[in-house]
Write a protein that binds this ligand. Structure first.
Ligand code: ZN
Length: 315
């Protein structure tokens, strides 16, 4: 089987009502039997984008974009048709069969393993934050007034010492090659593996679908290592085309995004109920990030601080 068969596609389609799906991206207003909104695919001031619930179709009278729920998702999320089936299957909790494509695609398989490593690592770091050995991290979190709900929703964690993560991942059955591909652990001259992040407060970086693909780690001990350390770019992580917390901010029901500088700024704002804040993952904003922002918002508020102190957001 190369793609997914019609039966499974139908099941996924039926489990994702088009009005429901599109409403997450475009505010829709009902006019009789048709829903209208501002087209996300071209720029306009009066709504010519229509969605018909009965037919499960959308159509724009301005730019003539149209199709079913798969077409919509592949256009708005920049996904292939197959990926849009997977995206919507995940949304509806439908387990898809393995396709032949996948069996013959070592890169797709490695990507899945890398996502699995990141998911396991997130849990490893997060659970560790609650242990007595994480006192330094707990003190910091307390000082920054982060509550438990915030720690849970951002899956904040505390990284281990030396090669604790490496040992954990080996115990979980990952190969050295898979672990190396994530660059979360690296081999030193002696042939041993060392964790990249050690004794840092860990912020998982998620893609728009909420899958962890990288980490940012804040130094907790006073030493001369970098204050913030980020994951290296990899098969599943490109810094320039992602924004921190977009997976949460895109569900905030606001068509405005607030762009701030750092992880802690975003987290503090979300904790105060300002859930449409995101952060770029480097210093300069890239074109790809700009496109991403445009896809999820009509307005951006920049809140960069050129001479920032780390305690800026602490009121
Ligand atoms: Zn249009």
């Amino acid at each position: 089987m190369v793609g997914y068969n019609d039966e499974i596609k139908e099941e996924v389609r039926n489990s994702n009502d088009i009005v429901d799906v599109i409403s997450k991206y475009v505010p829709l207003k009902r006019r009789g039997r048709i829903f209208f909104g501002l087209c996300p695919f071209h720029s306009e001031k009066s709504p010519s984008f229509s969605v018909k619930a009965e037919e499960q179709f959308f159509y724009c009278f301005g730019c003539h974009a149209g199709g079913d729920v798969f077409t919509f998702i592949s256009k708005i999320e920049n996904l292939s048709f197959k990926e849009s089936v997977e995206f919507l299957a995940e949304r509806a909790n439908i387990k898809l069969p393995v396709t032949d494509n996948y069996k013959d695609d070592p890169k797709a398989q490695l990507k899945d393993r890398m996502f699995a490593i990141h998911a396991d690592t997130t849990m490893f770091y997060h659970e560790r934050l609650y242990k007595p050995l994480a006192k330094i991290a707990q003190d910091y979190v307390k000082q920054r007034k982060l509550d438990n709900k915030t720690l849970k929703s951002f899956k904040i964690g505390y990284s281990g010492e030396k090669n604790e993560l490496y040992k954990f991942l080996k115990f979980k059955g990952y190969s050295d090659k898979e672990i190396e591909s994530t660059q979360l652990c690296f081999k030193v001259d002696s042939g041993e593996y060392i964790d990249k992040f050690r004794k840092r407060l860990m912020f998982p970086i998620m893609n728009v679908t909420g899958k962890v693909m990288a980490f940012g780690g804040r130094r907790l001990e006073e030493n001369n290592s970098a204050k913030y350390l980020n994951s290296n770019e990899s098969l599943i992580f490109q810094k320039k085309s992602n924004l921190f917390a977009l997976n949460l901010a895109k569900n905030s029901n606001s068509r405005t995004l607030i762009l701030v500088e750092g992880y802690m700024d975003v987290i503090s704002l979300h904790q105060r109920g300002i859930t449409n804040a995101v952060a770029s993952l480097g210093t300069a904003l890239t074109e790809e990030q700009g496109k991403l922002i445009r896809r999820y918002s009509d307005k951006v508020v920049l809140s960069y601080d050129s001479d920032r102190s780390t305690d800026k957001m602490q009121y």
